[in-house]
Design a protein around this ligand. Structure first.
Ligand code: UGA
Length: 478
């Protein structure tokens, strides 16, 4: 018979060993909201060994995920769901009662831009908080992952405290999520860092419990920064604001290059060699879109204004403005390349998603450019490898093509606005045979320009000398 001694522990150590055993126990986790964030988080937590119940108010979404069919495109998610399903550790439901007994409740709902304003709509965060409150115990922890305005975490904790059973001390950590769509699984399993915003008498225990959730990633060496609530809320919006500013900075340089005759891609390469600057997120083109960067910089500014600090973030207005001008620039360029007007010009729009490897069309530069061209009388045909259903849903007025070739048939101008691999590697010789005029706008600086030029195309890249050549130079010496 094995004794405690043989396990390398003494009888006196038994309570400590039991504690250690308890600390290693996989956790029961509830995830509220199963959008890009929640569905990926739930699947990854189950993959790492925890038992997960994921709740969504949308029965169709919950049913699709339960059947292993994500209602959106995220590379690897379907495979991950299939891998986790046989373990029985992952449940999708609409029933909050199934979250009873969870150790940790993750709030992963969206915070979209308010209708008719710039502030974030936190309705879903408070609704999720109210829904989990009855199931809380003093041992359980609520972890907010949504991107929220300053002051939300404290208010959410108060909301739950008012609704939780009387004897319960509500425990809350704000733990912003930094995943990018398209690489969301990689970002969740191997994040750059964890941020824990903690506050109150249970802070130490809260940190210890969240460390157990993330034990696998922490063991891999992922850094962890512990802050107060406000700092944690700000880390997320500050990070997204910085990224948006970096993109708009290089796009402002693109505007100068277009007018003065420079090459923004070379400029980015050259300044990017400075490690303090770095080459990442200096991709000039039609700018940023999606469900995060645009609305987060607006919400951050709106909240700063509410706090009487509008001046501190006034520059984000210009960041947004530069970004919008990039879209206008493509609309103008189509006219310039077509003899001055839009009426009757046939434009192939390649791309509808806000970026490749995603089917998300929220605030997509490609769709907003397509709509603006159509409003001005152009004949627009849009194609995207993954985002067609979403694009048709949000922009039903546009014409859609069956594939890239169909979109380009008889086109006067082809505009590549989302840099999907199939567009980057398209054969310029073959494509020249289907268009009416071989004119291409490289809206993402993603194509091998010399190959397109060699194939007889008039190639225009945003922020590069070739694109500028079609424009009147604003040269004071001329
Ligand atoms: C962004 C952040 O990168 C994530 O860290 C954050 O977690 C997420 O928002 C969020 O708040 O949830 P995401 O919106 O998935 O992630 O996309 P990004 O990869 O950041 O791209 C945003 C937009 O910027 C895209 O339209 C992309 O085409 C554009 N972009 C990106 C450029 O125009 N140039 C670049 O150099 C890089």
């Amino acid at each position: 018979m094995l004794t405690h001694q043989q396990f390398g522990t003494s009888v006196d150590d038994a309570p400590a060993a039991a504690d250690a055993e308890q600390a290693r126990r996989p956790l029961r986790i509830a995830v509220i909201g199963t959008g890009y964030l929640g569905a990926v988080h739930a699947a990854c937590m189950a993959y790492q060994g925890h038992s997960v119940v994921a709740v969504d108010a949308d029965a169709g979404k919950a049913a699709a995920l339960a059947a292993g069919r994500p209602p959106f495109f995220e590379p690897g998610l379907e495979e991950l769901l299939a891998e986790v399903a046989p373990t029985g550790r992952l449940t999708f439901t609409t029933d909050y009662a199934l979250t009873a007994g969870s150790d940790v409740f993750f709030l992963c709902v969206g915070t979209p831009q308010q209708q008719g304003g710039y502030a974030a709509d936190t309705t879903y965060v408070y609704a999720a908080a109210r829904s989990v409150a009855p199931y809380l115990t003093s041992d359980s922890l609520v972890v907010g992952k949504s991107t929220v305005p300053i002051g939300t975490a404290a208010a959410v904790r108060d909301t739950m405290a008012a609704l939780a059973p009387a004897e319960v001390t509500v425990r809350l950590v704000w733990n912003p999520e930094f995943l990018r769509e398209g690489v969301a699984i990689q970002d969740t399993l191997h994040p750059d860092r964890f941020v824990y915003g903690v506050q109150g008498p249970t802070a130490e225990a809260d940190i210890a419990l969240l460390d157990r959730v993330y034990a696998t990633s922490l063991a891999d060496g992922t850094p962890r920064v512990v802050t107060d609530y406000v700092t944690a809320e700000m880390v997320k919006t500050a990070a997204n604001s910085f990224l948006a500013t970096k993109i708009s900075f290089i796009n402002a340089m693109a505007e100068i290059c277009e007018s003065a005759g420079g090459d923004v891609v070379k400029l980015a390469e050259a300044i990017g060699h400075d490690e303090r600057i770095g080459r990442k997120f200096l991709g000039a083109g039609v700018g940023f879109g999606g469900g995060c960067l645009p609305k987060d910089i607006r919400a951050f500014r709106a909240r700063a204004e509410e706090l009487g600090l509008g001046q501190s973030l006034a520059f984000l207005h210009e960041v947004d403005g530069i970004n919008q001008r990039r879209r206008d620039r493509v609309v103008d360029l189509v006219a310039q390349l077509s003899g001055g007007g839009h009426a009757g010009v046939r434009v192939a729009i390649l791309g509808a998603a806000f970026k490749p490897h995603s089917d998300d069309v929220r605030d997509s530069p490609a769709l907003s450019i397509a709509a603006a061209l159509q409003d001005r009388g152009a004949h627009v045909r849009v194609f995207d490898p993954k985002a067609m259903p979403n694009a048709k849903h949000v922009a039903p007025q546009l014409q859609y093509a069956a594939d890239m070739w169909d979109a380009c048939a008889d086109a006067d101008v082809v505009a590549v606005l989302t840099e999907w691999p199939e567009f980057r590697t398209a054969d310029p010789v073959a494509l020249a045979n289907v268009v009416r005029r071989p004119v291409i706008i490289d809206g993402r600086n993603a194509l091998p320009g010399s190959a397109w030029t060699a194939a007889g195309w008039t190639y225009h890249a945003l922020g590069r000398a070739a694109a500028a050549s079609a424009l009147p130079r604003k040269d004071s010496h001329s």
